[in-house]
Design a protein around this ligand. Structure first.
Ligand code: TXA
Ligand code: MG
Length: 332
């Protein structure tokens, strides 16, 4: 095994999983809160700790692609091609579940989400455990996903038995979810594996159905929102919007890609600007947490400059976070 991995710690964590416990672990996307996917009891505890409705499916993480057929049946050619090309990596495949897969992890559905993560600590844990680990993002329901071990501890405290620390997640936003359970594959959640790439691999146009109600529970707007209201603005609008909010007595934070927009009024809390779309994805959730820590009422956000690949996924999360703020306002 490569350096930097404490094999005894991994073995202990795998034992905790075998005993029905909860282990938070790093992945390249975000940190996951894992349990033995074949133990209904463990999955029930996982849902309780997350505060998540039991109808929401969770992703089953596998040590390698060779286990696909143990969890799925009727696997389409498209799903096989995607698994071969993208695993390990930030791609979740929704496929028909094998009969032995508990409906506790599928939220009662006949399909299951499967992923082989590409992160050394995650792979070591999954290999040591030897089977599927059910893991949603390791945050409480409705909060932004954690991208460091400290975020997990802040969110879950003593409710998690072990937190494995693998440093900050290198991608920073959740995996691309592709539904391969029907006739034509469809993207249910945007992520680092771009639509173009998926289309190239399956050799056909692929629909994006990220707004289909009920299709991908867990993609609700509020899942990606900080406490502060998120307002998406253009680079040229940000100064005027900030000035108006400050005049109304709001505490204002701003996130924009490097370079920071000029002529910002004093009093705006300027969050450390990401340089490029990859860095934007990597730091997005940590910056949202920074805004909350500084007590911001409003977080003004200038999206990444382009709109393909991971930049499109960042824009998607920002739009959802902004929509969640609107919903909250309306409900007050
Ligand atoms: O990057 C990730 O995917 C992270 C890391 C920890 O792997 N996990 C994650 O899990 O984001 P969670 O539970 O927060 O999101 C799971 C997503 C949701 O959008 C859910 O609706 C979708 O996957 N999903 C899982 N199983 C599904 C199924 N059978 N049918 C439709 N959507 C499914
Ligand atoms: Mg989540």
């Amino acid at each position: 095994m490569g350096s930097g991995i404490d094999e005894r710690e991994i073995e202990r964590a795998a034992d905790v999983l075998r005993a029905g416990g909860l282990v938070a672990f790093p992945t390249e996307t975000v940190y996951g809160l894992g349990c033995d996917a074949s133990s209904e009891h463990a999955v029930e505890r996982l849902f309780r700790v997350k505060g998540r409705p039991s109808t929401h499916p969770v992703i089953v993480h596998l040590p390698d692609a060779s286990q696909l057929d143990g969890w799925a049946h009727d696997v389409s050619d498209a799903a096989r091609a995607l698994a071969a090309a993208c695993w390990p990596g930030p791609l979740t495949l929704v496929v028909r579940r094998a009969p032995n897969v508990s409906t506790a992890v599928t939220g009662g559905r006949d399909t299951v989400g499967l992923r082989v993560p590409d992160q050394p600590v995650a792979r070591a844990l999954l290999t040591a455990f030897g089977s599927g680990v059910a893991a949603p993002s390791a945050n409480r329901f409705g909060r932004t996903s954690p991208t460091t071990a400290q975020h997990v501890r802040d969110d879950l405290g003593d409710d998690v038995d072990v937190v494995l620390d693998g440093g900050p997640s290198t991608i920073g936003i959740e995996s691309t979810v592709v539904d391969c359970s029907g006739d034509a594959p469809a993207i249910l959640r945007l992520g680092a594996v771009a639509r173009d790439r998926i289309e190239q691999i399956v050799g056909a146009r692929v629909a994006v159905r990220t707004d289909a109600a009920g299709e991908a529970p867990g993609t609700l707007p509020a899942h990606y929102a900080p406490r502060a209201s998120v307002v998406v603005v253009t680079r040229s609008d940000v100064s005027a919007r900030a000035a108006a909010l400050l005049a109304a007595g709001e505490t204002v934070a701003m996130l924009a890609p490097d370079p920071v927009p000029p002529r910002l009024p004093g009093g705006v809390f300027v969050l450390d600007p990401p340089d490029g779309a990859d860095e934007y994805a990597r730091v997005l959730y940590a910056r949202m947490r920074d805004a909350d820590r500084h007590g911001a009422d409003v977080l003004l956000v200038v999206p990444p400059d382009d709109d393909v690949g991971v930049a499109a996924a960042v824009r998607d999360r920002l739009q959802r976070a902004a929509a969640a703020g609107v919903t909250t306002e309306a409900a007050r």
